[in-house]
Design a protein around this ligand. Sequence first.
Ligand code: FAD
Length: 284
Amino acid sequence: MKPASFKYFRPASVSEALVLLSENQDDCKILAGGQSLVPAMNFRLLRPSVLIDINELKELASVQTTGQSVSIGALTRHATFHRGVVAGPLGHLLTKVVRHIAHFPIRQRGTFGGSLAHADPAAEWCLVATALGAQIVARSSRGERTIQSHEFFKGTFTTELAADEILSEIRLPLMADDWRTGFNEFSRRAGDFALGMALAALRIESGVIKEARLGIGGVSDRAIRLEKLERSLVGRLASSQTFDAVAQEARTVVIPTADIHASAEYRQDLIATVVKRALSEAAA
Ligand code: FAD
Protein backbone atom coordinates (compact mmCIF):
# COMPACT_ATOMS: atom_id res chain seq x y z
CA MET A 1 0.00 0.00 0.00
CA LYS A 2 0.95 3.63 -0.31
CA PRO A 3 0.53 6.29 2.36
CA ALA A 4 -2.28 8.83 2.36
CA SER A 5 -1.17 12.19 0.95
CA PHE A 6 0.74 14.58 3.19
CA LYS A 7 2.66 17.86 3.05
CA TYR A 8 6.43 17.37 3.33
CA PHE A 9 8.93 19.75 4.98
CA ARG A 10 12.69 19.27 5.30
CA PRO A 11 13.89 22.02 7.66
CA ALA A 12 17.56 23.04 7.62
CA SER A 13 17.83 23.91 11.32
CA VAL A 14 16.36 22.77 14.62
CA SER A 15 14.78 26.19 15.18
CA GLU A 16 13.04 25.96 11.79
CA ALA A 17 11.84 22.45 12.66
CA LEU A 18 10.47 23.65 16.00
CA VAL A 19 8.48 26.46 14.33
CA LEU A 20 7.02 23.98 11.81
CA LEU A 21 6.19 21.59 14.62
CA SER A 22 4.48 24.23 16.69
CA GLU A 23 2.41 25.41 13.67
CA ASN A 24 1.34 21.88 12.66
CA GLN A 25 1.28 20.00 15.95
CA ASP A 26 -2.38 18.93 15.65
CA ASP A 27 -1.71 16.54 12.78
CA CYS A 28 1.96 16.12 12.06
CA LYS A 29 4.75 13.58 12.48
CA ILE A 30 8.51 13.87 12.65
CA LEU A 31 10.32 11.66 10.12
CA ALA A 32 13.70 10.36 11.36
CA GLY A 33 14.92 6.99 10.02
CA GLY A 34 11.41 6.14 8.83
CA GLN A 35 11.85 2.47 9.80
CA SER A 36 8.75 2.44 12.02
CA LEU A 37 6.84 5.47 10.76
CA VAL A 38 6.87 4.70 7.03
CA PRO A 39 5.51 1.13 7.36
CA ALA A 40 2.77 2.45 9.67
CA MET A 41 1.90 5.13 7.08
CA ASN A 42 1.97 2.63 4.23
CA PHE A 43 -0.49 0.42 6.11
CA ARG A 44 -2.50 3.60 6.81
CA LEU A 45 -2.32 2.97 10.53
CA LEU A 46 -1.07 6.57 10.64
CA ARG A 47 -2.23 9.36 8.32
CA PRO A 48 -0.42 12.54 9.35
CA SER A 49 -1.22 15.44 7.04
CA VAL A 50 2.25 16.97 7.60
CA LEU A 51 5.66 15.25 7.74
CA ILE A 52 8.67 17.11 9.14
CA ASP A 53 11.80 15.33 7.94
CA ILE A 54 14.65 15.99 10.41
CA ASN A 55 17.38 14.22 8.41
CA GLU A 56 19.12 17.53 7.52
CA LEU A 57 19.62 18.40 11.19
CA LYS A 58 23.21 17.23 11.48
CA GLU A 59 23.55 18.92 14.88
CA LEU A 60 21.31 16.12 16.21
CA ALA A 61 23.59 13.39 14.87
CA SER A 62 26.67 13.54 17.08
CA VAL A 63 27.90 11.39 19.97
CA GLN A 64 29.88 13.34 22.56
CA THR A 65 31.33 12.58 25.96
CA THR A 66 30.86 15.42 28.44
CA GLY A 67 31.91 14.94 32.07
CA GLN A 68 30.28 11.84 33.47
CA SER A 69 27.88 11.18 30.61
CA VAL A 70 27.65 10.45 26.92
CA SER A 71 25.33 12.62 24.87
CA ILE A 72 23.77 10.80 21.93
CA GLY A 73 22.09 13.06 19.38
CA ALA A 74 18.60 11.83 18.54
CA LEU A 75 19.47 11.41 14.85
CA THR A 76 22.41 9.09 15.56
CA ARG A 77 21.86 5.95 13.46
CA HIS A 78 21.77 2.60 15.23
CA ALA A 79 24.71 1.45 13.05
CA THR A 80 26.98 4.14 14.56
CA PHE A 81 27.36 1.76 17.51
CA HIS A 82 28.70 -1.07 15.36
CA ARG A 83 32.00 0.67 16.09
CA GLY A 84 33.29 1.55 19.55
CA VAL A 85 32.35 5.24 19.46
CA VAL A 86 31.88 5.38 23.24
CA ALA A 87 34.74 4.57 25.62
CA GLY A 88 34.78 1.95 28.36
CA PRO A 89 32.17 -0.58 29.50
CA LEU A 90 29.24 1.55 28.31
CA GLY A 91 30.68 1.61 24.78
CA HIS A 92 31.21 -2.14 24.92
CA LEU A 93 27.58 -2.62 26.01
CA LEU A 94 26.19 -0.42 23.19
CA THR A 95 28.27 -2.37 20.66
CA LYS A 96 26.83 -5.65 21.96
CA VAL A 97 23.23 -4.46 22.09
CA VAL A 98 23.07 -2.85 18.64
CA ARG A 99 23.52 -6.19 16.88
CA HIS A 100 20.15 -7.31 18.23
CA ILE A 101 18.28 -4.41 16.63
CA ALA A 102 16.53 -5.49 13.43
CA HIS A 103 18.74 -6.16 10.39
CA PHE A 104 21.82 -4.43 8.99
CA PRO A 105 20.00 -2.16 6.44
CA ILE A 106 17.45 -1.05 9.07
CA ARG A 107 20.28 -0.18 11.45
CA GLN A 108 21.79 2.12 8.79
CA ARG A 109 18.64 4.29 8.73
CA GLY A 110 16.91 3.87 12.11
CA THR A 111 17.88 6.34 14.82
CA PHE A 112 18.45 6.21 18.58
CA GLY A 113 16.00 9.07 19.16
CA GLY A 114 13.40 7.56 16.81
CA SER A 115 13.55 4.33 18.76
CA LEU A 116 12.91 6.08 22.09
CA ALA A 117 10.20 8.36 20.67
CA HIS A 118 8.48 5.35 19.08
CA ALA A 119 8.63 3.53 22.46
CA ASP A 120 8.17 -0.03 21.28
CA PRO A 121 8.25 -2.10 24.50
CA ALA A 122 10.65 -4.54 22.81
CA ALA A 123 13.10 -1.89 21.56
CA GLU A 124 16.63 -2.50 22.79
CA TRP A 125 17.54 1.21 23.17
CA CYS A 126 14.46 1.72 25.37
CA LEU A 127 15.80 -0.98 27.70
CA VAL A 128 19.27 0.59 27.70
CA ALA A 129 17.78 4.02 28.53
CA THR A 130 15.57 2.61 31.29
CA ALA A 131 18.08 0.29 32.95
CA LEU A 132 20.87 2.87 32.97
CA GLY A 133 18.70 5.81 34.04
CA ALA A 134 19.07 7.98 30.92
CA GLN A 135 18.14 11.63 30.71
CA ILE A 136 16.13 12.51 27.63
CA VAL A 137 16.22 16.06 26.29
CA ALA A 138 13.15 17.48 24.55
CA ARG A 139 13.08 20.82 22.70
CA SER A 140 10.15 22.90 21.53
CA SER A 141 9.62 26.56 20.64
CA ARG A 142 8.65 26.92 24.33
CA GLY A 143 12.16 25.88 25.46
CA GLU A 144 14.08 22.78 26.51
CA ARG A 145 13.44 20.25 29.26
CA THR A 146 15.17 17.12 30.55
CA ILE A 147 13.06 14.06 31.29
CA GLN A 148 14.26 11.11 33.40
CA SER A 149 13.86 7.76 31.65
CA HIS A 150 11.47 6.42 34.31
CA GLU A 151 9.12 9.34 33.55
CA PHE A 152 9.59 9.28 29.77
CA PHE A 153 8.00 5.94 28.82
CA LYS A 154 4.26 5.88 29.48
CA GLY A 155 3.32 2.61 27.78
CA THR A 156 3.28 0.93 24.38
CA PHE A 157 4.11 3.58 21.73
CA THR A 158 3.42 6.31 24.30
CA THR A 159 5.88 8.77 25.82
CA GLU A 160 5.99 11.96 27.82
CA LEU A 161 6.87 13.97 24.65
CA ALA A 162 4.35 16.72 23.82
CA ALA A 163 3.09 17.16 20.25
CA ASP A 164 5.31 20.21 19.68
CA GLU A 165 8.50 18.64 21.08
CA ILE A 166 11.50 17.10 19.32
CA LEU A 167 13.54 14.56 21.22
CA SER A 168 16.98 16.10 20.65
CA GLU A 169 19.42 14.17 22.81
CA ILE A 170 19.81 11.17 25.12
CA ARG A 171 22.33 11.32 27.97
CA LEU A 172 23.65 8.04 29.34
CA PRO A 173 25.86 7.88 32.44
CA LEU A 174 29.40 6.65 31.70
CA MET A 175 30.59 3.56 33.57
CA ALA A 176 34.01 3.37 35.22
CA ASP A 177 36.42 0.74 33.89
CA ASP A 178 35.64 -1.76 36.67
CA TRP A 179 32.01 -2.20 35.53
CA ARG A 180 31.13 -5.28 33.47
CA THR A 181 28.00 -5.71 31.40
CA GLY A 182 25.76 -8.46 30.06
CA PHE A 183 22.89 -8.43 27.59
CA ASN A 184 20.69 -11.34 26.64
CA GLU A 185 17.73 -11.45 24.30
CA PHE A 186 15.50 -14.15 22.93
CA SER A 187 13.65 -13.74 19.64
CA ARG A 188 12.27 -16.32 17.22
CA ARG A 189 14.62 -15.33 14.39
CA ALA A 190 17.66 -13.07 14.25
CA GLY A 191 16.43 -9.51 13.66
CA ASP A 192 12.93 -10.06 15.09
CA PHE A 193 11.73 -8.02 18.04
CA ALA A 194 12.60 -9.67 21.37
CA LEU A 195 10.11 -11.86 23.21
CA GLY A 196 12.16 -11.06 26.27
CA MET A 197 15.53 -9.46 27.04
CA ALA A 198 17.62 -8.42 30.02
CA LEU A 199 20.48 -6.03 30.61
CA ALA A 200 22.84 -6.28 33.58
CA ALA A 201 25.78 -4.17 34.68
CA LEU A 202 27.83 -5.10 37.74
CA ARG A 203 30.77 -3.69 39.66
CA ILE A 204 32.45 -6.59 41.42
CA GLU A 205 35.31 -6.46 43.95
CA SER A 206 36.94 -9.67 45.18
CA GLY A 207 33.96 -11.70 44.00
CA VAL A 208 31.41 -9.51 45.81
CA ILE A 209 28.90 -7.30 43.98
CA LYS A 210 29.38 -3.65 44.94
CA GLU A 211 26.95 -1.97 42.50
CA ALA A 212 24.35 -3.28 40.06
CA ARG A 213 22.02 -2.19 37.26
CA LEU A 214 19.38 -4.59 36.01
CA GLY A 215 16.48 -4.20 33.58
CA ILE A 216 14.14 -6.27 31.43
CA GLY A 217 12.29 -5.49 28.20
CA GLY A 218 9.91 -7.02 25.69
CA VAL A 219 7.72 -8.57 28.38
CA SER A 220 5.25 -5.79 29.21
CA ASP A 221 4.15 -2.38 27.93
CA ARG A 222 7.56 -0.80 28.57
CA ALA A 223 11.09 -1.68 29.71
CA ILE A 224 11.43 -2.06 33.49
CA ARG A 225 14.38 -1.26 35.74
CA LEU A 226 14.53 -3.82 38.58
CA GLU A 227 15.78 -1.48 41.30
CA LYS A 228 14.73 -3.71 44.19
CA LEU A 229 16.73 -6.59 42.72
CA GLU A 230 19.68 -4.26 42.05
CA ARG A 231 19.73 -3.47 45.79
CA SER A 232 19.40 -7.12 46.70
CA LEU A 233 22.42 -8.01 44.52
CA VAL A 234 24.71 -5.62 46.37
CA GLY A 235 26.87 -7.36 49.01
CA ARG A 236 26.22 -10.84 47.60
CA LEU A 237 28.72 -13.14 45.92
CA ALA A 238 28.76 -12.91 42.13
CA SER A 239 27.92 -16.60 41.90
CA SER A 240 25.60 -18.86 39.95
CA GLN A 241 23.49 -19.40 43.12
CA THR A 242 23.01 -15.63 43.59
CA PHE A 243 22.04 -15.16 39.94
CA ASP A 244 19.61 -18.11 40.07
CA ALA A 245 17.89 -16.64 43.13
CA VAL A 246 17.64 -13.15 41.59
CA ALA A 247 16.37 -14.58 38.29
CA GLN A 248 13.59 -16.41 40.12
CA GLU A 249 12.63 -13.19 41.93
CA ALA A 250 12.58 -11.34 38.60
CA ARG A 251 9.83 -13.71 37.35
CA THR A 252 7.44 -12.19 39.88
CA VAL A 253 8.08 -8.52 39.13
CA VAL A 254 5.51 -8.19 36.37
CA ILE A 255 2.54 -10.03 34.86
CA PRO A 256 3.92 -10.34 31.32
CA THR A 257 2.15 -9.56 28.08
CA ALA A 258 0.39 -12.43 26.30
CA ASP A 259 0.15 -12.14 22.50
CA ILE A 260 0.30 -14.23 19.34
CA HIS A 261 4.06 -14.67 19.82
CA ALA A 262 4.13 -15.99 23.39
CA SER A 263 1.89 -16.64 26.40
CA ALA A 264 2.35 -14.78 29.69
CA GLU A 265 3.62 -18.01 31.33
CA TYR A 266 6.20 -18.47 28.60
CA ARG A 267 7.44 -14.89 29.02
CA GLN A 268 7.57 -15.36 32.79
CA ASP A 269 9.98 -18.28 32.34
CA LEU A 270 11.88 -16.28 29.75
CA ILE A 271 12.43 -13.42 32.21
CA ALA A 272 14.23 -15.79 34.59
CA THR A 273 16.32 -17.20 31.73
CA VAL A 274 17.45 -13.89 30.22
CA VAL A 275 18.11 -12.30 33.64
CA LYS A 276 20.29 -15.24 34.69
CA ARG A 277 22.18 -15.15 31.39
CA ALA A 278 22.72 -11.37 31.45
CA LEU A 279 23.99 -11.46 35.05
CA SER A 280 26.27 -14.42 34.32
CA GLU A 281 27.70 -12.68 31.25
CA ALA A 282 28.36 -9.53 33.30
CA ALA A 283 30.21 -11.55 35.94
CA ALA A 284 32.20 -13.73 33.52
P1 FAD B 1 10.85 6.84 12.53
O1 FAD B 1 10.29 5.59 11.95
O2 FAD B 1 11.23 7.91 11.60
O3 FAD B 1 9.84 7.43 13.62
C1 FAD B 1 9.23 6.60 14.59
C2 FAD B 1 8.33 7.48 15.49
O4 FAD B 1 9.12 8.31 16.33
C3 FAD B 1 7.43 8.41 14.72
O5 FAD B 1 6.24 8.58 15.45
C4 FAD B 1 8.20 9.71 14.68
O6 FAD B 1 7.37 10.85 14.51
C5 FAD B 1 8.87 9.71 16.04
N1 FAD B 1 10.17 10.38 16.09
C6 FAD B 1 11.30 9.99 15.42
N2 FAD B 1 12.33 10.77 15.77
C7 FAD B 1 11.85 11.67 16.65
C8 FAD B 1 12.45 12.74 17.38
N3 FAD B 1 13.76 13.02 17.29
N4 FAD B 1 11.67 13.46 18.21
C9 FAD B 1 10.34 13.17 18.35
N5 FAD B 1 9.72 12.17 17.69
C10 FAD B 1 10.47 11.44 16.85
N6 FAD B 1 13.66 -1.80 16.58
C11 FAD B 1 14.22 -2.34 17.68
O7 FAD B 1 14.48 -1.61 18.64
N7 FAD B 1 14.50 -3.70 17.74
C12 FAD B 1 14.22 -4.54 16.72
O8 FAD B 1 14.50 -5.75 16.81
C13 FAD B 1 13.62 -3.99 15.54
N8 FAD B 1 13.30 -4.78 14.49
C14 FAD B 1 12.75 -4.21 13.37
C15 FAD B 1 12.47 -5.02 12.29
C16 FAD B 1 11.93 -4.47 11.14
C17 FAD B 1 11.62 -5.38 9.97
C18 FAD B 1 11.68 -3.05 11.06
C19 FAD B 1 11.14 -2.43 9.81
C20 FAD B 1 11.97 -2.24 12.15
C21 FAD B 1 12.50 -2.80 13.32
N9 FAD B 1 12.80 -2.01 14.42
C22 FAD B 1 13.36 -2.58 15.52
C23 FAD B 1 12.48 -0.56 14.44
C24 FAD B 1 13.71 0.30 14.11
O9 FAD B 1 14.69 0.18 15.12
C25 FAD B 1 13.35 1.80 13.99
O10 FAD B 1 14.49 2.36 13.49
C26 FAD B 1 12.97 2.56 15.26
O11 FAD B 1 11.91 1.99 15.96
C27 FAD B 1 12.47 3.96 14.92
O12 FAD B 1 13.51 4.76 14.55
P2 FAD B 1 13.43 5.65 13.26
O13 FAD B 1 14.57 6.59 13.34
O14 FAD B 1 13.34 4.79 12.05
O15 FAD B 1 12.06 6.49 13.50
